[in-house]
Ligand binder design. Sequence first.
Ligand SMILES: NC(=O)c1ccc[n+]([C@@H]2O[C@H](COP(=O)([O-])OP(=O)(O)OC[C@H]3O[C@@H](n4cnc5c(N)ncnc54)[C@H](OP(=O)(O)O)[C@@H]3O)[C@@H](O)[C@H]2O)c1
Length: 345
Amino acid sequence: MSQSLPETMKAVGLKTYLPIADENSLLDITLPVPKPQGRDLLVKITAVSVNPVDTKVRSPKSKVEENYRVLGWDAVGKVVAVGDDVELFQIGDEVYYAGDITCPGSNSEFQVVDERIAGNKPKSLSDVEAAALPLTGITAAEGLFERLEISEEKSKGKVLLIIGAAGGVGSIAIQLAKQIAGLKVIATASRPESADWCRSLGADLVVNHQQDFTKEIRSQGMQFVDYIFCLNTTAAHWSAMADLIIPQGKICSIVEPEANIDLNLLKSKSASFTWEFMFTRSMYKTCDMIEQHKILNRIADLIDRQQIKTSLNKVLSPINAANLRLAHAEIEAGATIGKIVLSDW
Ligand SMILES: NC(=O)c1ccc[n+]([C@@H]2O[C@H](COP(=O)([O-])OP(=O)(O)OC[C@H]3O[C@@H](n4cnc5c(N)ncnc54)[C@H](OP(=O)(O)O)[C@@H]3O)[C@@H](O)[C@H]2O)c1
């Protein structure tokens, strides 16, 4: 069942993979409105955010797409139609989600998304405030609570080191670790403004990832940390992580290493290394992919109870190729604090 919908929609897409300074790297285009099937929701999008995954997928290469490719994996909007098997949502519900990397992205007026990876938008947030959260929130929650197996019961008072903590993922991870799991959080940031941002979100100690942070942490009386969540340049920080992790501790990275890493460095400590990739569940249609629906609803609840807050730091409007090029350029510079969101068409 659906209300009357247009046949076509605005979108931003690409056929060629060009440097972001090139005006043709992202283009304003018109596409047919997709049709929801099975467990799909058709969502009318009001706000999107931009993540490093967008810039990585868009990175220059010789490949040429036959059809326009739409990027963007973070959206807020209203459900305007549903597939026949939808159980969790109704037309009119406000949702937020990251989506599926194997499907067209959210830089379009309408998008279909599987209901099992969508959540109810936090009621207390505007659409732009909510759009900052889904991809980074899922990554932080899966990384901390599933891969590192942090829990309030067994982890309270233990020490977590977050490397690259002022970015999108770190901004949620600091809050979940500190406010929800009761950990002591050491954040890394290299500039006064990014260090202040980490402190404002609850970091107990901020150390500089451009300097010898092992020495800085040890000068505070901590020989080891219990958990490490690596959100940047895994290989560059690998020896420091292997040195700092406590015997039998756990390290999780979300970033493919830029060079090989030596797992042998962890052997004498029986320390574990684990990956977190937030698209695993949707990419492989795992039987537990509905966990992402639950994570998003849990984050919405924490927001509405004011236990954590949005990581929104910058808004651009409208959603078009020119503004998406600005956001991509900023993300590519590697110094984003919190999240950049685009709103309205
Ligand atoms: N596996 C997954 O599921 C998944 C999910 C989300 C993101 N990711 C990846 O994880 C990374 C972080 O994502 P994000 O959204 O948090 O990125 P982001 O917002 O772009 O991160 C920006 C932050 O990175 C910090 N940074 C820059 N150089 C650094 C270095 N050498 N060491 C440590 N930190 C550094 C900066 O801090 P300062 O300004 O203080 O230097 C800045 O605040 C990206 O590579 C992204 O693609 C993976």
